[in-house]
Design a protein around this ligand. Structure first.
Ligand SMILES: [Zn+2]
Length: 167
């Protein structure tokens, strides 16, 4: 009887519910693996269009890229936090911001769990897209030519960020 109960216990571990969960593909992964990256805030396209400025809407919801060198945040040197412009989720801090020379605000790491990535195959390239883990808004791309300690370069559209200087 003891053997049977152990087997029953093992069957319980491999219950159909558990299998179904494991088979569900994770559409989005956070950069640091702290979450599955599925957007928490979900709004209709009409709502986003009404809430966001046109240039923000094009970047955050239509994956446009702002022209390099146009964001005032390129020159932002103060300490503070960069929030997602769509939902207010804090996504980067000044502590990981650096001057990449690319013309876009650049960071070597996000706030843990704040952003998620997907594979972007547009424009004939394979790139890693970075978006807000809270609302799914497109922020930019991440490349592997960044500085220590991560080696990552999060190349972010300034228009997708709201900077909150430290008090
Ligand atoms: Zn967001």
């Amino acid at each position: 009887m003891a053997t049977n109960s152990i087997l029953d216990g093992i069957k319980g571990i491999f219950a159909p519910e558990a299998d179904a969960r494991a088979a569900t593909p994770a559409a989005l992964d956070t950069v640091d693996g702290t979450g599955d990256g599925t957007p928490v805030v979900v709004k209709s396209d009409a709502d986003w269009r009404a809430e966001l400025a046109p240039d923000q809407y094009r970047v955050l919801r239509e994956h446009a890229t702002e022209r390099p060198g146009t964001s005032p945040l390129n020159r932002e040197k103060r300490g503070g936090v960069f929030d997602c412009a769509a939902c207010g989720n804090p996504v980067y801090t000044s502590e990981t911001k650096y001057e990449s020379g690319s013309g876009w605000p650049s960071f070597f790491a996000p706030i843990p769990g704040a952003v998620a990535t997907t594979v972007d195959r547009s424009l004939g390239m394979v790139r890693t897209e970075v978006h807000c883990a809270n609302c799914g808004g497109h922020l930019g791309h991440v490349f592997d030519d960044g500085p220590r300690p991560t080696g990552q370069r999060h190349c972010i559209n300034g228009v997708a960020l709201d900077f909150k200087p430290e008090a």
